[in-house]
Design a protein around this ligand. Structure first.
Ligand SMILES: NC(=O)c1ccc[n+]([C@@H]2O[C@H](COP(=O)([O-])OP(=O)(O)OC[C@H]3O[C@@H](n4cnc5c(N)ncnc54)[C@H](O)[C@@H]3O)[C@@H](O)[C@H]2O)c1
Ligand SMILES: [Fe+2]
Length: 356
């Protein structure tokens, strides 16, 4: 059986294309009382020039999303309640402006405005019943591929797991490389490496096919160029790498590094990009070539990863980390094949964590 998956229907790309957001939204604003909700990363709260560029009209809402922690199901529920309390009608659009955290928040809010209950009820695969409110993603940090993926990754009371569905996908992406200008270098590296690791895990996985390979090879080439050669159009290239890396895993899967990184995030609160880097650095036996190039890029950017994160943990925490990682069966199967359970035992996962 081949998967027949949806992709984002509208994409605008180019330096300064953010200025066309008002025109794009005009077609959504059908009556006098329609409004849209802008969810923007809190880093822009005090950025007056940027705020002035958000095309706010009439009864639109602008909400700044705190991204100190990655998105939680409770945070999604609170935002949905806030929007419902402000207006008894649905917004005509939800627009996420930020990195993976803010874009995921926007996807989840758009879904939960039309689907009853808590975001935690929908963590899993294809549990969403009703189409979301029209929603757009505008990355200001590139690498996660959240702008193209059919998931919104959320931490709930029990697990860190995405709401995966065709309805999750954005209806519109606005890819303006100028928006990456202010990202702190370390954050740019960690999130950029998320993309590089997507490529390694996709290209070495058992689910690989020509579709995924075509996108993955191009994304990897762009990542290596950006992080080893720093060409003048690096931000344009990083933005396209993120997109292509996301498309590559859309028709394949990620692997060992992402599975372990989810456990690190759940128990230690380690963010996705840095968590991936910490895990990937310990995975030479699975990804020898990828880890060699990754270390080259780390050296080039003078990155020092945090060490000994797991050694001081209590046993039950290590067990929980292992549980969170083991739930992600498709990732293990992609990385290690159908017999993955004979290779990746609980003891093996603990041993890998203890290296971090
Ligand atoms: N949906 C998906 O397919 C998918 C895939 C991978 C990761 N994710 C999720 O994405 C999240 C990680 O996203 P991320 O790595 O993009 O980081 P992020 O969105 O968590 O942001 C990291 C930091 O960068 C700051 N930042 C963002 N844009 C900035 C800018 N232009 N200038 C200055 N600072 C800026 C933010 O304020 C924040 O402090 C995680 O929650 C992860 O689970 C989702
Ligand atoms: Fe990732």
């Amino acid at each position: 059986m081949f998967r027949n998956f949806k992709i984002v229907s509208n994409v605008i790309f180019g330096r300064g294309c953010f200025n066309q957001l008002d025109d794009i939204l005009a077609s959504r604003r059908t009556g006098d009382d329609t409004f849209v909700v802008f969810l923007a990363d809190h880093v822009f709260r005090e950025n007056e020039p940027f705020k002035a560029r958000i095309p706010v009209r009439g009864r639109d809402m602008v909400i700044f999303v705190n991204t100190d922690d990655e998105p939680k199901t409770a945070g999604v529920d609170a935002l949905v309640a806030q929007i419902r309390a402000a207006c008894d009608r649905l917004p005509a659009g939800v627009i996420g402006i930020g990195g993976g955290s803010t874009m995921d928040m926007a996807k989840a809010v758009a879904l939960l405005l039309t689907n009853p209950g808590s975001a935690a009820d929908y963590q899993g695969w294809d549990l969403i019943r009703h189409p979301a409110v029209w929603h757009a993603g505008i990355p200001t940090l590139s690498g996660t591929g959240a702008e193209v993926s059919r998931t919104t990754v959320l931490t709930g009371p029990e697990k860190k797991l995405g709401i995966n569905s065709d309805y999750t996908l954005f209806d519109q992406m606005v890819l303006d490389p100028e928006l990456l200008a202010g990202v702190p270098p370390e954050q740019r590296f960690y999130t950029g490496m998320d993309c590089y690791i997507h490529c390694v895990e996709s290209l070495t996985g058992t689910y690989l096919n020509t579709f995924s390979q075509s996108y993955g090879e191009k994304a990897m080439e762009l990542c290596l160029e950006v992080f080893l050669e720093a060409p003048p159009d690096s931000d344009d290239k990083l933005m396209m790498a993120s997109y292509f890396g996301g498309m590559s895993i859309a028709y394949s899967q990620v692997g060992v590094c992402h599975a372990l990184s989810y456990g690190l995030a759940f128990v230690l609160g380690l963010h996705h990009g840095i968590g991936n880097c910490v895990a990937f650095d310990c995975l030479e036996e699975f990804y020898p070539e990828g880890v060699r190039e990754f270390r080259q890029m780390m050296n080039e950017h003078h990155i020092e990863l945090p060490r000994n994160l797991v050694s001081s943990l209590e046993d039950h925490q290590l067990e929980k980390m292992t549980d969170v990682a083991l739930v992600l069966e498709p990732l293990w199967e992609n990385a290690l094949g159908k017999d993955w359970k004979t290779i990746m035992t609980r003891d093996k996962i603990r041993e890998l964590y203890q290296r971090m």
